[in-house]
Design a protein around this ligand. Structure first.
Ligand code: NAD
Length: 433
């Protein structure tokens, strides 16, 4: 078997950059390629745009030979292996948009040489690697399985959780031929302790979708349970804690203001779209999407309900939002439910401000951009504080001491002494009622 030692990675974001650094640290020769010129400049200057890669680690990788270039300057023919880690978004009508994947494939096609291995890592529907991705690569005349190797190897990185990018997290890989599978597995084995070979790219693509759709569906289920608990006068957080004492057969999911990020709100639609090609309606996916996408509107209603309790209207009220990133302790605000929440509050006449030390400016769902204010400013100038993303650097002692009215969508008030009717919790109702 060949020993692949020169790696090119197309797309240097949350997935591609950690991969590039890992291969560089494992002693391989790595070229990172990104179409975004400012990103290439930023990386080349040793400034990491993602939380889990420190500037020091990036700088050390650059000193050890990591090259970061735009596509025009790429030396693709000298690579043994080319990874593709570009985005896989959805269109407005929630269909897959393979534009970035196919554009990366056409870049590779123009430089493809016999003997190379191409590995797609972007999350996508089953049939992408062996279908449109392969067709684009083969337009140059070389044939997968005969002239070059082709595989799909999904990524499991979880931004904000550095352990998710460690060697200990198993990786999956499926090639279009057994030789491609074992070659890709051998390469990934240099940065991962466990690599599971599956029978085809399609199986690996489906396994990745199963992982993410599983989260989306279960989050929707527990979000719906939160709405039911509100109606029944129960505390969904107490109920979840109680159920989670079962040591088997139960997996803990928690409700919240909605789902965000590049994966959970997006990937299920890749599955649903592909299913429709087989005359199959994936009802779980559609239903989970409906429920999760409705949560921001429910949060706006909770804010109105909280203000109403004080004899105030949402129109004219000052709402201070805590956290707009899509999840705690990261700066990633892509598809954050905060976008719809801020837009929904403003559309109903509220004056909205936010504090998020990780996100200096934030564009809401209606296109209005606001800048983050300090926590002190927010607490001093809000009729109601809305907790959306509980970053660990938010001083919740100060929040619950100073704010007279809080809408808490994430149970940030758990274990704190709060005043009666100071806090309205998603899925649980008023504090001290
Ligand atoms: N973010 C995650 O936690 C995560 C986890 C697992 C899998 N994934 C999947 O990995 C893929 C990449 O996600 P990400 O979060 O790293 O995206 P990202 O937006 O952080 O990074 C993608 C990078 O690719 C670049 N790019 C886009 N098109 C390009 C092209 N044609 N040629 C060269 N560069 C190009 C962009 O400029 C960007 O820097 C997606 O399919 C995503 O679903 C993401």
């Amino acid at each position: 078997m060949t020993t692949d030692s020169r790696v090119a990675i197309v797309g240097l974001g949350y997935v591609g950059l950690p991969l590039a650094i890992a291969f560089c640290e494992a002693g391989l020769d790595v070229e990172g390629i990104d179409a975004n010129a400012p990103r290439v400049a930023e990386l080349g200057a040793g400034r990491s745009p993602i939380d889990d890669i420190s500037n020091e680690r990036l700088t050390a990788a650059l000193a050890n030979g990591l090259r970061v270039v735009q596509p025009e300057a790429a030396q693709l023919p000298s690579a043994d292996v080319v990874f593709v880690c570009v985005p896989t978004p959805i269109t407005r009508s929630k269909d897959p948009d393979l534009g970035p994947v196919l554009s990366a494939a056409s870049l590779i096609r123009d430089h493809l040489r016999a003997g190379q291995l191409v590995i797609l890592q972007s999350t996508t529907f089953p049939g992408t690697t062996s279908g449109p991705f392969r067709e684009e690569l083969e337009k140059g005349g070389l044939i997968a399985g005969r002239d070059f190797d082709l595989a799909f190897a999904p990524e499991r990185v979880n931004p904000g959780d550095p352990a998710s990018a460690s060697r200990g997290v198993p990786r999956l890989v499926g090639g279009t031929t057994p030789a491609a599978t074992s070659r890709a597995a051998a390469l990934l084995g240099r940065i991962n302790d466990h690599v599971l070979e599956v029978s085809s790219p399609d199986a690996a693509e489906m396994a990745k979708l199963l992982e993410n759709v599983c989260r989306n569906v279960n989050i929707a289920f527990v979000n719906q349970l939160a709405l039911l608990c509100e109606r029944m006068g129960l505390d969904v957080w107490e109920v979840i804690d109680a159920a989670a004492t079962k040591p088997f057969g139960f997996m803990r999911f928690t409700p919240g203001p909605g789902v965000g990020g590049h994966c959970i709100p997006v990937d299920p639609y890749y599955l649903a779209w592909r299913a429709r090609e087989f005359d199959f309606i994936d009802r779980f996916v559609e239903l989970a999407g409906d429920i999760n996408f409705a949560m921001p509107r429910h949060v706006v209603d909770l804010v109105a309900e909280a203000l109403n309790e004080r004899g105030l209207a949402l129109r004219g009220a000052r709402v201070g939002v805590l956290g707009v990133a899509f999840k705690p302790n990261v700066r990633d605000a892509r598809n954050s439910p905060a976008a719809e929440i801020l837009a929904g509050l403003a559309a109903r006449g509220a004056t909205v401000s936010f504090h998020d030390a990780h996100v200096p400016t934030f564009r809401d769902g209606d296109g209005t951009t606001r800048g983050s204010i300090t926590l002190d400013e927010l607490l001093g100038a809000s009729d109601v504080v809305l907790v959306v993303t509980p970053h660990r650097d938010i001083d919740f002692d100060a929040v619950y001491e100073r704010a007279t009215l809080v809408v808490d969508t994430v149970n940030s008030s758990a274990g704190r002494t709060v005043r009666p009717r100071q806090v309205l919790r998603l899925g649980a109702g008023w504090s001290g009622a």
